[in-house]
Design a protein around this ligand. Sequence first.
Ligand SMILES: [Ca+2]
Length: 351
Amino acid sequence: MKYGAHVTKMRWLFAIGHTGQFPEFKTLFATNKRTEAGVTHPRKIIIDTDPGQDDAVAILLAFASPELEVLGITTVAGNVPLDLTSRNARMICELAGRSDIAVHAGCDRPMRRELVTAEYVHGKSGLDGIALPDPVMPLAEGHAVDFLIETLRREPPGSVTLCPIGPLTNIATAFERAPDIAARVAEIVLMGGAYFEVGNVTPAAEFNIYVDPEAARIVFGSGAPLVVMPLDVTHKVLTNRARVEAFRSLGTKAGHAVASWTDFFERYDMAKYGSEGAPLHDPCTIAYLIRPDLFSGRHINVEIETEGRFTTGMTVADWWRVSGRAANAMFIGGVDADGFYTLLTERLARL
Ligand SMILES: [Ca+2]
């Protein structure tokens, strides 16, 4: 068996014991590719994003992690309109001293719907909580969709991982325009959806999927290997005072920014859920790429509702495997939250 096929098989088969809420959890196998000489290369990723404070933390975590090589950042309309997500992405790059990163602006609205935004969570700018200077670095030339298509065609098949942490408009548009590229994607590790936690923007739907369910349907039906970080897992990585103060006490610009962003947006979740803190949704994707052993889930069928009277944008996750439909996603449900925050804090200290 070729190494690549072996790894893919092992990713789905490797199981660990789990004592959490759900029995039969499985976790995935190692992520970084090894050459035959045993040398580990950084995993090439493209972050597709709508920053968003939790997007910002995800991007900083990726920059701080030598296991990952960020080929570029693509922006999409979501938490706030595209001009702001594109501005915020560049501010985050500059905060981390990474103005070398190519930030490509993408789609400014969902494929077939009006844009829905979430300033009520993230503030007017999308990145409220700390005043950062306007970005100096320009946007990279070329539309995000073209960048996705060109990069996936240029790089060897199976070598580029996509990390969508906003609505899936850019990825789906690229797949629709260039049907050959889905088979070249190593893996799509996305934040979106919910099953046991149901919805956060409607009673049935999570925000990223709800904003562009037609795009989500294309991505979930693409055949590309999918790892999904739904609310079921992100609601288990809640901030608390000790965790936020650990960021702040790093004494770095990045640590201060992350503490300030977290202070800002946790007010919304605390009021809504009565929880101690706020979930850091998007960084779960990057943490998974670095430490998959922190997470566990099930390889199941997930369909996207696009025509529901009350349920449009719902991720219909066949957790109990009752539908007979073929599995298309590793749906994550469990996480070692302390391990997650230890990793995040340790990495942010490097910026
Ligand atoms: Ca996001």
